[in-house]
Design a protein around this ligand. Structure first.
Ligand code: XMP
Length: 515
């Protein structure tokens, strides 16, 4: 597909830069984020239809603060400056930026002052709830600009030079807390820039395949496949783009759910013709974990063993130059700006370690997407529902759900109990409503009575949580009938369990997993 409308977002280090990109994608317009250090030559070569200058943590007057090349504003395309982006525009065009006495974070009310296309479809009589996050503000307008909005504390909260199609907002239209923020962004994209809404997830797949082909050429790529949605989408997308040059490595660590690994892998291989290396390393992992009870030790052993096994397999394939990973935007969100001025990159617990040891270049086609967008890509690629809606499953697998020592017997008990949890959540239609649901095997025995006999058996804890990003979570209010059915089935069907408890802790202060 030919890209006719391209918005370039210059990243000045805001935590919201990706959210701006997401809103533009949602509007059906193609966008790219570039660091604010991009040269004017590079920017020109990108042929932008419009520019958005993101917010950022700096003050325009600070030594070393990111600047705006005057020539950027001379490109002749519409520009929207947001927060720091607004201050840069003012500063660069001869206005004045001042530091506020106090920083303003959170909600504020914007009064619309002018009949401006940016406010199309908004009611000027209604103050808008907007989200502020700034220390500085524009104190004097640059030449040619007019005030188009103010708040109680900021006289120039929005400004425009309509002749040049320059617009700037002190608040953040990209965040949910700003009323009608989407309308404002759409007004910029469609009414002001005249862009077309024709960018879809199908276009994402197409352009990403083209980019990957260009990046990788004829070289070979290895890709770790876990059966989770992110790595599966990467494997399928890359295989569509590069064919058999993509080698997908699945490591069976013996810590997977009941039949899960083999089932998912055979499905994928059959439907997507993956070049799959299925590595049976169950014994190696379980040997190394024997006698280990400490959660951190378990994680370290599993992490190192995974790298060792993966590395060995990858080295046996001739000509591998790239490592593909299903890194998503939330995996890098802790960094203030991953490609902007501060360029801090924190590696995610799943992926840390591999790249350094292997000396391969990274391919990360999902790096700019949010989880729900990855699901849309998965639909586009034709992945089945059971992959698309699969609950997150931790890299260390059941090892961190068998509390205490991991033995084949204890794993077998947990697997059976967990299978019942998965089956009942699915049958009752709760599987898709909750973030995650699973069983945990506790390291203690309690007394029970079965028939006429006293029993002394294991306890299973049921953990089911609601969450939107796993950063915070609350225990799911499952119907008591469903809880009763799960408990009855586990106690009756899983030999060695005589008690089931429901975990009613939220995160924080607890975590989702028990270890
Ligand atoms: P916690 O237990 O920290 O979990 O509240 C948050 C989310 O992360 C998952 N999790 C992991 N995922 N490797 C992973 O891939 C890990 O080591 C790991 N530890 C926790 C957990 O299942 C939940 O979704």
């Amino acid at each position: 597909m030919e890209i006719t409308s391209k918005v370039i977002i210059l990243d000045y280090g805001s935590q919201y830069t990706q959210l701006i990109a997401r809103r533009v994608r949602e509007a059906g317009v193609y966008s790219e984020i570039h660091p604010c250090t991009v040269t004017i030559g590079e920017l020109r070569a990108l042929r932008p239809s419009a520019l958005i200058l993101s917010g950022g943590p700096s003050s325009v007057g600070d030594v070393g603060a990111p600047t705006l090349d005057a020539e950027v504003l001379g490109l002749g395309v519409p520009v929207l400056g947001i927060c720091y982006g607004m201050q840069l525009m003012a500063h660069g065009l001869g206005g004045k930026v001042a530091s506020s006495e106090s920083r303003e974070y959170g909600p504020s009310e914007l009064t619309i002052e002018a009949d401006c296309p940016l406010w199309a479809d908004l009611d000027p009589a209604e103050p808008l709830k907007v989200w502020m996050s700034h220390g500085d503000h524009v104190a004097a307008l640059p030449k040619g600009f007019a005030v188009i909005g103010h708040t109680g504390s900021v006289a120039i909260a929005a400004m425009a030079d309509e002749a040049q199609r320059f617009y700037a907002l002190q608040f953040h239209p990209e965040v949910h807390h700003t009323d009608r923020g989407t309308t404002i962004l759409h007004n910029f994209l469609f009414k002001i820039c005249g862009l077309k809404s024709n960018w879809t997830m199908a276009s994402f797949v197409e352009t990403t395949m083209a980019q990957v082909r260009e990046q990788v050429g004829d070289a070979k790529v290895v890709c770790g496949l876990s059966g989770g949605i992110d790595s599966t989408v990467v494997a399928v997308l890359l295989t569509k783009a590069l064919g058999k040059n993509v080698h997908c490595i699945f490591v069976d660590n013996g810590l997977l759910r009941l039949n899960e690994g083999p089932e998912v892998m055979s499905y994928l291989q059959e439907h997507f013709d993956l070049n799959l290396h299925y590595i049976e390393a169950q014994d190696l992992f379980l040997d190394r974990l024997r006698g280990v009870e400490d959660p951190e030790k378990k994680r370290k052993i599993i992490g190192h063993t995974f790298i060792e096994v993966f590395d060995k397999e990858a080295k046996s394939i001739q000509g591998v130059k790239f490592l593909a990973q299903g890194t998503l935007y939330p995996d890098v969100i802790e960094s203030v700006s991953f490609r902007g001025p501060s360029a801090v990159i924190k590696s995610h617990h799943n992926v840390g370690g591999l790249p350094e040891t292997m000396n391969l270049s990274l391919v990360e086609p999902l790096r700019e997407l949010f989880k729900d967008e990855v699901r849309k890509v998965a639909v586009e690629l034709g992945l089945p529902d059971f992959v698309i809606w699969r609950h997150p499953f931790p890299g260390p697998g059941l090892a961190i759900r068998v509390i205490g020592e991991i033995t084949p017997q204890r794993l077998a008990i947990l697997r059976q109990a967990d299978k019942i949890v998965q089956t009942e959540l699915t049958a009752s239609d709760w599987y898709r409503k909750v973030w995650q649901g699973f069983a945990v095997l506790l390291p203690l025995k309690t007394v029970g009575v079965m028939g006429d006999d006293r029993t002394y058996e294991n306890v299973i804890a049921l953990r089911v949580v609601d969450s939107i990003d796993a950063m915070t979570a609350d225990w799911s209010r499952l119907p008591s009938e469903l809880l009763a059915r799960i408990s009855n089935r586990i106690i009756n069907e899983v030999k060695g369990v005589n008690r089931v408890v429901y975990d009613i802790s939220s995160k924080p202060p607890s975590t989702i997993e028990w270890e």
